[in-house]
Design a protein around this ligand. Sequence first.
Ligand code: CP
Ligand code: NVA
Length: 309
Amino acid sequence: MRHFLSLIDLTTEELTYLLEEAARLKADAQRGIRPPLLAGRVLGMIFEKPSLRTRASFEAAMAHLGGASIFLSASDGPIGQRESVADFARTLNHYVDAVVLRTYRHATIEEFASYATVPVINGLSDLCHPCQVLGDLLTIQEHFEDGIRGKTLVFVGDGNNVARSLALGCGKLGARFVLAAPEGYRFDAAFEQTFRRVCSKGELIQNGVPSHAVGQADIIYTDVWTSMGQEAESELRRAKFASFQVNAQLLAQAPPQVRVMHCLPAHRGEEITSDVLDGPRSIVFEQAGNRLHAQKALLKWLMLGTNHA
Ligand code: CP
Ligand code: NVA
């Protein structure tokens, strides 16, 4: 049995398989074909933080595949407060066929997975957001006829959970990842070491000046400056990131065909301006839509393996 806690755990071949499967499922869904491959299966979802895309796309994915889902928001506080993480996992094991967890601490997901007898999926932790990146890579593959290999993705903003997963996804598929972030908000040495260990074909560059970084960009990606759980730092972060906004001036420094991505939700007027988010270079809503297809592939793989049509 496999879990999906981080892109670190996935080989390039497995990632490629998931993206191909996602593209197949998307093409089928667009022709109205939704085979009930997970009929009778139940997905449990436990979220300590708010969500639109992750929750709705997982629920829709289970419905498309003929299964059901149970949503448990942690309104009683963090997972592990009302009862231990171990007891939570050992109870849920009896009711569901897979679990999606969205947490503050990544260690909570790891602890839950250590007691789970069903696949556990990371639906975002403070450390990483691997499901987001499956949808993002599918979107990039669709936009470049010759694929993602050799492309340059410039992430402008905070070296956060989304940025870490994206760097690993790009690295595993042979794309160059450039992080343009202020000092103190870049990847740490431990992450750089992990990247080098698991992405032997990848290139990771950290660069403080967005206008320099975007000169060779095929994709400019950004995310909020203040992630969920960091609200107390939002004023400080607005000051630190003031020159890291994705706006028309920055786009003017990039190649004219550059695509703009954002995992959403966006703080319009902070990390990205509305004219860019809603403009012709933006592919953010296709990107959001692809969460559904990518996660259908993930659910099918985790619950059925690869030997199912
Ligand atoms: N991008 C993303 O994960 O969105 P939600 O927080 O709405 O799930
Ligand atoms: N970095 C953001 C991503 C939201 C999908 C956060 O963690 O809040």
